[in-house]
Design a protein around this ligand. Structure first.
Ligand code: PLP
Ligand code: COI
Length: 356
């Protein structure tokens, strides 16, 4: 729809890799579609976006993003309906969050219309890469980084915005075991935790590896001041069902990523008349509720992770088993609802999907 004003140059590949991909056995994030979009920001404005064969980037060694981390990204998905239509899930939300990340990281903001249209176009060009198998999707990775070749700390004057896509299978094949982290901090008040910026993930690697060495897939981050409040997990927001109430850390704090999957979970639960509490959640109340057998469900919510049941929670020297995954009625129902909406199998009551 923006094509008249937004001129997109398209160079199609002559060597599609499509036939070499096993669409019944897709890993997560290792298979890349034929094309990518690249758009430069220079002289104070965005240059013509180009969709071209997926390939390497040629970068100056002083590229400032590599040294100082002015780099942000998004993660979103598109699915195929039974009739072959392609649906993007809530791309406007990713556009808004991307714009917020741009602001926080001193990067030029892309309008919501432009972001969504560029994503739509990339998906359209590689529409044959959208998997149709249940639970699979086309993962879309828009990202932007600073490209000034300059040794000094200042916001870059030039940037690259890119989008590539990956047909993907599941991110977590099994229910996850998480450990409540009380020493390391993902994000501090006034920091960049709410932005989807590269450094947040770099900073989490060392503590996450320690957790993995202790047998946990992921950490549950707590607040950086007292380590008293639950924030989120490494790749997903976190949701509990306690005494029939959906309880999840509120996003008022600027330390938590405002997840689109979590927002959808909250909206679905409210729509179904299930009580939802978005508020500060203490570690203590969760551990007490688990001990008292009042936690019926706990799951992560994220684009890559989808709805990921949490099997065990480690806290200090103890590991708490949560109810058997087969008994998790609510998260199972929400997971199926979300997946059916995304694939056009049921009515899109919230108007979340955007046709490509
Ligand atoms: N929290 C973190 C740190 C994440 O990386 C993600 C994934 O994007 C999420 C939460 C979930 O956000 P969303 O549901 O928008 O994918
Ligand atoms: C996502 O769910 O899109 C994420 O960004 C999580 C991870 C793959 C970094």
């Amino acid at each position: 729809m923006l094509d008249q004003t937004l001129d997109i140059k398209i160079e199609r590949t002559e060597n599609s890799r499509l036939s070499s991909v096993d669409f019944d056995n897709l890993p997560f994030g290792k298979v890349f579609s034929d094309h990518m979009l690249e758009m430069d920001f220079k002289d104070g404005k965005w240059q013509t976006p180009v969709i071209k064969p997926f390939g390497e980037l040629n970068l100056h060694p002083a590229t400032s993003a590599i040294h100082y981390g002015q780099s942000i990204f998004e993660g979103m998905k598109a699915n195929k309906t039974e009739s072959g239509e392609i649906l993007m899930f809530r791309p406007d939300m990713n556009a808004k969050r991307f714009a917020e990340s741009c602001e926080r990281m001193c990067m030029p903001v892309l309008s919501e219309e432009m972001f969504v249209e560029l994503v739509r176009k990339v998906v359209e060009v590689d529409k044959d890469w959208v998997p149709s198998k249940d639970g699979y999707a086309l993962y879309i990775r828009p990202f932007m980084f600073a490209t000034d070749d300059f040794i000094g700390i200042k916001p870059s004057d030039t940037y690259k915005f890119l989008i590539f896509t990956c047909p993907v299978g599941t991110y977590y094949a099994d229910p996850v075991n998480v450990k409540i982290e009380e020493h390391y901090t993902r994000a501090s008040y006034g920091g960049v935790g709410r932005a989807k910026t590269a450094g947040n993930y770099a900073a989490s690697l060392f503590p996450a590896r320690k957790g993995q060495q202790e047998g946990f897939h992921q950490l549950v981050w707590t607040d950086g001041v007292e380590h008293k409040y639950i924030e989120e997990s490494g790749t997903m927001n976190i949701v509990f069902v306690i005494d029939g109430v959906v309880v999840t850390p509120s996003e008022d704090s600027d330390t938590i990523l405002r997840g689109i999957t979590k927002r959808s979970v909250v909206e679905i639960a409210q729509h179904w008349g299930i009580p939802v509490e978005e508020r500060k959640v203490t570690v203590e109340e969760i551990i007490t509720a688990i001990k008292e057998g009042r936690v019926q469900d706990a799951f992560g919510a994220g684009t890559a992770a989808t709805i990921a049941p949490i099997a065990k929670i480690g806290f200090r020297d103890e590991v708490f088993e949560l109810p058997a995954v087969e008994t998790r009625e609510l998260s199972e129902k929400i997971k199926n609802y979300l997946s059916d909406v995304k694939c056009g199998k049921i009515a899109d009551e919230f108007n979340w999907c955007v046709k490509v």
